[in-house]
Design a binder for this molecule. Structure first.
Ligand code: ZN
Ligand code: FE
Length: 254
């Protein structure tokens, strides 16, 4: 089983410090920066066995080299990174596993935001580190991949167990909610969630983790098959992928 601490980094990034309770192995997911992560390691465990990266963007790998130098950690990243992840040691492909003590992370390749993007899923813990692919009430921008790739990546996530807790790369939930409600006006679950999110933000608490169940009910980027949403963006008879494309484009201009 895992113990997870949330570390706020940079403007709105989250890094996750993770301990496998049985073996006391320690890992960090997407260390945005050295200092914040190092402070937390000092407070808690004083060691770092692994660094896990979801993709090569600097706000997710910024702490890699300094942490690796200090703690002699091994860096686990995507096999599709085109050597863009600093300090990479072990590269993982789609459907590979990363064995972290008693915890088994399944690697799922989810191209779209970047071509190398992978996510880490522990079935036993019902935990997903989703990086910049699925956000709470949103999804990542399509930078390197195609809309088709991003769409099928989100479809892969949608098939995971509904009780999966989602730990994503950024605190964007408040702003994402404003966009969702503009399109999905009558969604009562969404309205309720927006209230909960606001109170967390007011208390400066993270809105993370969310669950896949909540996301399927409230995140329009997983609701491209909903008739009301299709209607609300004026493409009643469009395919799910067309709806996804239009939603993503509208969000890019929001
Ligand atoms: Zn990114
Ligand atoms: Fe990011």
């Amino acid at each position: 089983m895992l113990e997870i601490s949330i570390i706020k980094c940079l403007q709105d990034n989250y890094s996750y410090l993770v301990r496998d309770k049985k073996t006391n192995l320690i890992a960090i997911v997407d260390p945005s920066e050295f200092l914040k992560v190092d402070q937390e390691i000092n407070k808690k465990y004083k060691k770092l066995d692994f660094i896990l990266n979801t993709h090569h963007h600097s706000d997710h790998v910024g702490g890699n080299l300094a942490l690796k130098a200090k703690y002699k950690s091994q860096i686990i990243c995507s096999a599709y990174d085109q050597d863009k992840v600093p300090g990479a040691d072990i590269k993982k492909k789609d459907n590979d596993y990363f064995i972290f003590g008693e915890t088994k992370f399944k690697i799922i390749h989810v191209p779209g935001h970047t071509l190398d993007h992978i996510i880490f899923f522990s079935e036993i813990d019902s935990v997903l580190f989703s990086g910049d692919t699925l956000f709470s009430l949103g999804c990542g921008r399509v930078f390197e991949g195609s809309y088709e790739q991003m769409f099928s990546s989100l479809e892969k996530i949608k098939k995971l167990p509904k009780n999966t807790k989602i730990y994503c790369g950024h605190e964007y939930t408040n702003n994402n909610g404003k966009f969702c409600i503009k399109i999905d006006k009558d969604n009562l679950n969404l309205k309720k969630r927006i209230k909960e999110v606001k109170s967390k933000i007011d208390f400066k608490e993270p809105t993370i983790p969310t669950t896949l169940q909540e996301e399927i009910e409230t995140n329009i980027f997983l609701r491209y098959d909903d008739k009301k949403i299709k209607k609300s963006i004026g493409i009643d008879n469009a395919s799910n992928i067309e709806v996804f494309k239009k939603l993503r484009n509208l969000k890019d201009q929001f």
